[in-house]
Design a protein around this ligand. Structure first.
Ligand SMILES: *[C@@H]1O[C@H](CO)[C@@H](O)[C@H](O)[C@H]1NC(C)=O
Ligand SMILES: *[C@@H]1O[C@H](CO)[C@@H](O)[C@H](O)[C@H]1NC(C)=O
Ligand SMILES: *[C@@H]1O[C@H](CO)[C@@H](O)[C@H](O)[C@H]1NC(C)=O
Ligand SMILES: *[C@@H]1O[C@H](CO)[C@@H](O)[C@H](O)[C@H]1NC(C)=O
Ligand SMILES: *[C@@H]1O[C@H](CO)[C@@H](O)[C@H](O)[C@H]1NC(C)=O
Ligand SMILES: *[C@@H]1O[C@H](CO)[C@@H](O)[C@H](O)[C@H]1NC(C)=O
Ligand SMILES: *[C@@H]1O[C@H](CO)[C@@H](O)[C@H](O)[C@H]1NC(C)=O
Ligand SMILES: *[C@@H]1O[C@H](CO)[C@@H](O)[C@H](O)[C@H]1NC(C)=O
Ligand SMILES: *[C@@H]1O[C@H](CO)[C@@H](O)[C@H](O)[C@H]1NC(C)=O
Ligand SMILES: *[C@@H]1O[C@H](CO)[C@@H](O)[C@H](O)[C@H]1NC(C)=O
Length: 550
């Protein structure tokens, strides 16, 4: 039996009723915790929704404290995006997840218990479905199954399916394939006697190719389609209405600052009923890079789900847009049949409000962001009175599916049965003025003392943290199966699917798994845990945003 388990996880799946009951109990509790969290987020983020997990008062306070300084000092290691802010997960019924097990099969040779196991026999799939739904029903929504294929032994079959974690609020589907050992049972049925770990069923790994997909392009996750939409013809271009923002002072600022600004632009475009011209090139701030220097030329699609953005907002890519504009704007000067110039309204300053531009009929509204920082920040457009008219479309921003595949794989390797601990250290632990107790409260000794009171011993414990020293949590290893992001680094190594996929986006050059990606994956693994222990509230009485802010 192939074991693809992660370090320290139990080799067998829990199968007895007792364990299932325990699992259910845990899950009910975690669902309760999550629903309380979600409820408070929704309550707190009354228009426009906001990415920070805080009360509305604290949001207003911290934003008004930091925004005039334009520092985004509230930048945290936790970065929720649109899919984390959805009120309730999509229901299983709408997702085609209602699989009905059909246990009545026509009696045939399949009933001969001595006949060789035929993995295509529907009774095999039915047995696997029954088994899966018994074990994972509380963590996973099964969406569809492929027909099982032969495993490595005559009594084994490999089965693949699509699923969604119950704690995932987006519609995205993930894939798993496992190896099952089966035995004939009564009435022409089978039963699973042993099941492999996450993605152990390697013979079923290859998804059935869609007939339409061109065989030349090897894109491992066929669900992802983040091709860049193009405008098409000149007449279509002229019919369109665009909002174009010149790169402002936001470039190379923190990712939260970037999103705050980008979503302001997207919100204005929505308000003006225009297509937003977007620059897919992102500059990653030095705080997230290995060199500590800002790194230019990152692709938006490394971090965020461009496919979802395309579906939720009207956008075109800047490079294509500028090329088309230049090409079709020239027609008037020459003798040929001319459609006239493309009308442009240039807006040099953010002080001209979106409301004043609402009536403008120009093809292009071009905000130019002249002036020095912080006058040239995009988000200034949405300040003041404009904030009453413009809503930032947070729902349009999801994390990249390629990163979420890694999240799903990490959680899957722990069979979705883990608790998580969030340990914030870094800058905050060093700043004794604003966080006087944080360093002490997150010391190895103190962690052992506190966490053992909150989490049952020998659980899988995933630690999401910005503490760079790998062995910092070693004391907890005497009580828990500790998992750290670094334990899963093969998932972004040069042998990984992620590496291959991002390289395609990057014109064939390898992409580094950078600090922001780490944070995104760490955060999402944390969110999927059954029990979450937070730094602020659970480990320390210091406030998240510094002394006297809570
Ligand atoms: C903002 O600037 C003011 C004055 O320069 C300073 O007192 C305050 O601490 C700053 N706030 C933040 C959050 O940096
Ligand atoms: C189950 O399978 C049998 C035989 O293949 C078929 O006649 C029956 O309609 C199926 N029932 C359901 C609920 O799909
Ligand atoms: C296995 O079962 C499938 C479906 O019942 C059938 O089409 C196929 O011929 C069987 N193969 C063998 C080798 O018996
Ligand atoms: C699966 O195994 C059976 C017998 O173990 C064999 O007859 C069949 O050809 C195998 N099918 C494939 C696709 O390898
Ligand atoms: C097998 O079928 C018989 C008659 O149809 C039924 O009484 C019995 O309960 C079935 N056994 C199982 C395990 O389903
Ligand atoms: C990807 O999406 C674009 C629209 O954004 C569509 O035109 C294209 O056909 C899609 N490609 C695939 C392979 O589905
Ligand atoms: C938005 O623009 C589209 C075409 O660009 C037009 O069909 C639609 O009526 C406009 N909606 C509003 C509310 O102005
Ligand atoms: C992958 O990385 C390893 C270690 O960094 C290196 O030895 C190996 O040559 C790399 N392989 C490829 C295909 O880049
Ligand atoms: C990545 O691409 C290389 C070369 O195209 C291929 O040999 C390798 O199997 C791919 N790895 C994965 C995990 O898809
Ligand atoms: C963490 O603290 C919050 C707020 O005090 C509390 O609701 C939650 O139950 C605590 N979590 C654990 C695991 O004790």
């Amino acid at each position: 039996m192939t074991e693809v388990g992660a370090r320290g996880t139990s080799p067998e799946l829990p199968a007895t009723g007792q364990q299932v009951v325990k699992v259910i109990g845990n899950l009910c509790f975690s669902i309760f915790v999550v629903s309380v969290l979600v409820f408070s987020v929704i309550a707190a983020t009354y228009q426009p929704p906001d990415p920070w997990f805080q009360t509305s008062k604290a949001i207003t306070k911290s934003l008004s404290a930091t925004l005039p300084n334009s520092t985004f000092a509230t930048d945290d290691s936790l970065l929720p995006t649109g899919e984390d802010l959805v009120a309730s997960p999509p229901s299983a019924a709408n997702s085609g997840a209602a699989l009905i097990y059909n246990n009545s099969f026509p009696t045939s040779s399949a009933c001969d218990p001595n006949a060789p196991l035929n993995c295509s026999n529907p009774a095999v799939l039915a047995a696997i479905q029954r088994f899966n739904s018994k074990i994972f029903r509380k963590s996973i929504i099964f969406i569809s199954y492929d027909t099982p294929v032969n495993g490595s032994n005559p009594d084994e079959c490999d089965a693949a399916w699509r699923f969604r974690n119950r704690l995932e609020k987006s519609w995205r589907r993930y894939r798993d394939y496992r190896r099952f050992r089966l035995a004939p049972a009564e009435n022409c049925t089978f039963e699973v006697v042993r099941a492999g770990k996450f993605r152990s069923g390697t013979n079923a790994a290859r998804r059935p190719r869609r007939a339409t997909s061109p065989p030349a392009v090897q894109i491992p996750d066929l669900d992802i389609n983040d091709t860049i939409p193009t405008v098409g013809s000149e007449s279509e271009f002229r019919k369109g209405r665009y909002l174009y923002y010149t790169r402002g002072g936001d470039y190379c600022k923190s990712m939260n600052h970037y999103l705050w600004s980008f979503l302001c632009g997207l919100g204005e475009a929505k308000f003006l009923n225009r297509t937003f011209v977007m620059d897919l090139s992102v500059c990653l701030a030095g705080s997230y890079t290995s060199t500590g220097e800002n790194e230019d030329g990152k692709d938006f699609r490394f971090y965020f789900d461009f496919e979802h953005l395309k579906e939720s907002a009207s956008v075109v890519e800047e490079g294509d847009f500028l090329r088309d504009w230049r090409k079709w704007d020239r027609s008037s000067g020459k003798g040929q049949k001319s459609n006239g110039r493309i009308s442009v309204r240039k807006v040099p300053t953010y002080k001209l409000t979106p409301m004043q531009l609402k009536k403008d009929k120009s093809t292009i509204v071009w905000r130019q962001f002249e002036g020095a920082e912080p006058e040239n920040y995009w988000y200034r457009v949405c300040e003041g009175r404009a904030s009453k008219y413009i809503q930032r479309p947070w729902h349009a921003i999801w994390k990249s599916k390629r990163l979420m595949n890694i999240v799903s794989e990490i959680a899957g390797k722990m069979d979705w049965d883990y608790d998580a601990l969030h340990v914030v250290r870094g800058e905050k632990a060093r700043n004794k003025e604003l966080w006087p107790n944080l360093d002490g409260d997150t010391s190895p000794e103190s962690l052992v003392e506190k966490v053992t009171k909150l989490v049952r011993s020998w659980r899988n414990l995933y630690i999401a943290t910005n503490e760079p020293f790998y062995n910092y949590f070693d004391k907890l290893r005497s009580y828990y199966n500790v998992h750290l992001l670094e334990d899963y680094n093969e998932m972004w190594s040069n042998k990984s699917e992620w590496y291959n996929e991002t390289m395609i986006l990057n014109g064939g050059r390898p992409v580094q798994f950078d600090g922001y990606m780490r944070v995104a994956v760490d955060t999402e693994v944390l969110y999927r845990a059954k029990l979450q222990v937070e730094t602020f509230n659970n480990l320390t009485r210091d406030c998240k945003d510094g002394i006297n802010t809570c």
